[in-house]
Write a protein that binds this ligand. Structure first.
Ligand code: PLP
Length: 401
């Protein structure tokens, strides 16, 4: 049965990609953009760009007003208590680097940072390098047989030396929600800071950072159908107060002299230099668009496509899934077939999926793999996209086996 996406026409790139005979199934890497975002960008840039927070003139005032309204919109989207708790960064990667440098003074040799075995490099390497700089222990929580962070193991690995826990909300490789409701309280109980990498989680459903009760939550706009070069870091007020500036320059300074300077509190103290003004304004338009969709219809659509994807993969001989994907994506390998060969035959047939280590090399190694193929869905995908994928997969496997 054909499952259409009621939102497909809202994303002009999908029709353009189809004219190029491309089926886009790499949404966990980045998502296509709704017309509402394109309209907002054209409006902003065609009515007069200006820098924010510094110009006295009208275009500057209007840009600043729109920029700060976007911050308010993001705060509402996450149910953050105040817009002052929303810091704009360049992406999840830069947000986590900001945390790893900005919290460095909090750590002493012998302290422990806890992450998990499934972290994206963005939530592994900043902490690993901090641990090396400060002689800390980097503790890696193992996974259980379902591909979830092992809660029982966490009970013994999160302890009095733990100063910070940094984990993903939703794995970009396994496609599973992680047990944050159990892990975060363990960290809080030992007085550790909690960081949630929401880069994938934020895309599926609405998430309430106040209810989650994490110290920091971060995501990238481009995966949430928004513009590139923009990320969001939410922090609790007292957690943000513990953060020191990481990058220095314009806008973040309160007073500067040749010998010394003082800096603004969050959020501006962590937004050195000219921010991505157009992208910030565009993100608000994207959230406005997403907020207008019927959330339960989106959820049902994502679930229907995901079960079609899993059914198709499970029905085929020799396909092995990584973990137990719950929604949005699935990563797999095929017995006796190299993922790069398969990926190149899929590419030749106009199927845009991701092959390789998915920026999680240590995780792939734990699975005993050098790479895997990942199919990831967006709200504009329909069942015909998957039909085309499976036709191409069968053809490729016929050649390779
Ligand atoms: N964390 C996860 C779970 C991701 O999937 C990604 C991107 O794929 C990132 C972090 C990094 O995001 P960005 O490259 O937008 O900084």
């Amino acid at each position: 049965m054909f499952v259409p996406s009621p939102w497909r026409a809202d994303f002009p790139a999908i029709a353009a990609l189809q004219r190029q005979h491309q089926t886009y199934l790499d949404n966990a890497a980045t998502a296509q953009k709704p017309q509402a975002l394109l309209d907002a960008l054209i409006h902003y840039y065609s009515h007069g760009a200006a820098n924010v927070h510094r110009a006295q003139h009208l275009p500057g005032a209007l840009a600043t007003q729109a920029f700060e309204a976007s911050r308010e919109k993001v705060a509402q989207w996450l149910n953050a208590p105040s817009l002052l708790q929303i810091v704009f960064t360049q992406g999840t990667t830069s947000a986590i680097n900001l945390l790893a440098y900005g919290l460095e003074h909090e750590f002493a040799p012998g302290d422990a940072i806890v992450i998990s075995a499934l972290e994206h490099h963005a939530n592994l390497l900043p902490w690993q390098q901090l641990a090396l700089r400060k002689q800390l222990d980097l503790v890696v929580l193992p996974l259980d047989r379902h591909g979830l962070i092992d809660v029982e193991a966490a009970r013994s690995l999160i302890g009095p030396r733990t100063r910070l826990l940094a984990v993903s909300q939703f794995s970009n490789v396994i496609g599973a929600w992680q047990p944050l409701d159990q892990l975060l309280p363990m960290a809080r109980a030992v007085g550790a800071l909690t960081v949630v990498d929401g880069a994938q989680g934020v895309v599926h459903g609405r998430h309430d950072v106040t209810a989650m009760d994490c110290d920091f939550y971060t995501f990238s706009s481009h995966k949430l159908y928004g513009p590139d070069g923009l990320g969001v870091l939410y922090g609790k007020a007292d957690a943000l107060a513990r953060l020191q500036p990481w990058q220095y320059g314009g806008e973040m300074v309160q007073m500067a002299d040749y010998e010394s300077a003082s800096f603004r509190p969050a959020p501006l103290g962590f937004e050195a230099g000219t921010p991505a003004v157009g992208s910030v304004i565009g993100l608000a338009a994207t959230l406005e668009y997403l907020g207008g969709l019927d959330a339960s219809a989106v959820e049902a659509h994502e679930a229907a496509l995901h079960s079609q994807l899993l059914r198709g993969l499970n029905d085929r001989e020799g396909i092995k899934l990584l973990g137990e994907p719950q929604v949005a994506l699935a990563s797999f390998v095929v017995e006796g077939v190299h993922n790069a060969d398969l990926a190149s035959l899929l590419t030749e047939q106009g199927i845009a999926v991701r092959a390789g280590h998915h920026c999680a090399m240590p995780l792939l190694k734990r699975f005993g793999l050098g790479g895997a193929i990942r199919v990831s869905l967006g709200l504009y995908n329909d069942s015909d996209d998957l039909v085309r994928f499976f036709l191409a997969l069968d053809k490729a496997l016929e050649i390779l086996r």
